[in-house]
Design a protein around this ligand. Sequence first.
Ligand SMILES: [Fe+2]
Ligand SMILES: [Fe+2]
Length: 517
Amino acid sequence: MNPQASSCAGRAATENRLESDRRIRLLLLAVSGACAYGLSLLTPAASGPATWIAPVFSTVVLPLILSVILPEAMRRNRLLALFYLTWMGNFAFTLLLLKIAPRFSFGAGSYLIPPAMAALVLTTLVGARAGILLVVLLGMSELFLLRPDDRYLIATLTTGLFAVLFSRHIHRRSDLLRAGAGIGVVALLATVLPAGLNFTLTRELIVAEAISAAAVGLLGAIVVGALLPLLESAFDRTTDLSWLELSSQDHPILRRLAVEAPGTYLHSILVGHLTEAAASATQQANPRACRAMALYHDIGKLEKPEYFTENFNPSDPDPHASLAPTMSALIILAHVKDGVALAREHRLPRRVREAIREHHGTGLVWFFYQRALQQEKDARTGGKILRLRDEDIPGVDESSFRYSGPIPQSPETALLSLADAVESASRALEKPHPGDAHKLVDKIFQDREKEGHWASCGLTPTEWTKARHALTKALENILRPRIRYPQDRRAKPKTHPPLEQSATPPPAEPRILPSKG
Ligand SMILES: [Fe+2]
Ligand SMILES: [Fe+2]
């Protein structure tokens, strides 16, 4: 194992402990209560019950709501901090805007844009549920503490919910500008339309509103675009924008992989393709995340690339031939911890590190375990001839051949794990036949299901069925150039020259070699 790997593992354990530490969570909630109290004192509702309702809501009621709607926030302290910061920061900003509002004679729609931008940020970083919850919270807190105006509430909710809708389609930087312009248009309509029902708007006012809403919308999108990378790093989130950047194959670690371990590089690209196809068929898994995770899942092999089958040079001797099975297994197992250490060194996101850690789960390095068992059996047979006692021959410890896990904890890492095993095993299909891909995917899925490998990933049986079907299709497309179809006996021999290829009947079961990576 890489010497850095053990120190990295220690650092990771500390980070995980801090991330889920209850005392830190309680401290966060206490600080939020103090901030809610302070902010409520600055609002027009300061003389009412708001000064005690706001802190109680923030420290008691909201955590209960979050534990139902966004349970991850109650497990990850940084996500909890992000949610409260977005909510209270935005409320404070709106409060400030309203304090200076009398200086402006136009731009009412612009006030709707900061909450919408906050929803955009939170949806991009966390997801639509977090965005919708934030919009409702901002609308209600502004209604009770800042403006008891139901028209303003409806306009805030409308613009915010549209922002959530727009941000679900942000995959590139340019999508941010489009979303900003869209939010500007919705803010304008949400302001002008209800006002237009009650009084006649002048053309100048409409033009002023349109310009201010569009300008603030675009400006907001630019600010969000600049802030997102900082927020991703500070709060340990990964957006689609980052997944696409990570998939560009321009990352130094991928360039190194292409040169030093070309077999692993090709394997990673194929696994990325298979995982992305499987994820696209599900509701829960993010296909872009899957592809990026797959590209990096085996970077730990860079430490000793020559020991992994996909990098073997057929003309060179097998590097495992001179090694004891336990030593071979040790090298194979180490690629997970080495990969996590390399990912940390290159500051790859947490979710990529999780993919590296979980892609083999607690699986067995089957090939070398079997070799060790055979050697033990041979030793016992030889020991009998030499009259050795059974206890003098060391037994095989299965745990020395198992990955340390954990099993896949998310839909993405589960699909990656399946695609990884399927791609590795498909390389052993020397003469693939139609139907082999289906058998292979099914067999690997069922074998692992019996071991409880998929128990924590959260995918439903329906999603698994769709994902396996999509994975099979994608694998068939990869195998297609190699697939040998049975001979069409009605065809004339002249039109099908390589007849001897189809003379061999298809195997009942594809031959599956052990996956070493
Ligand atoms: Fe792999
Ligand atoms: Fe691997």
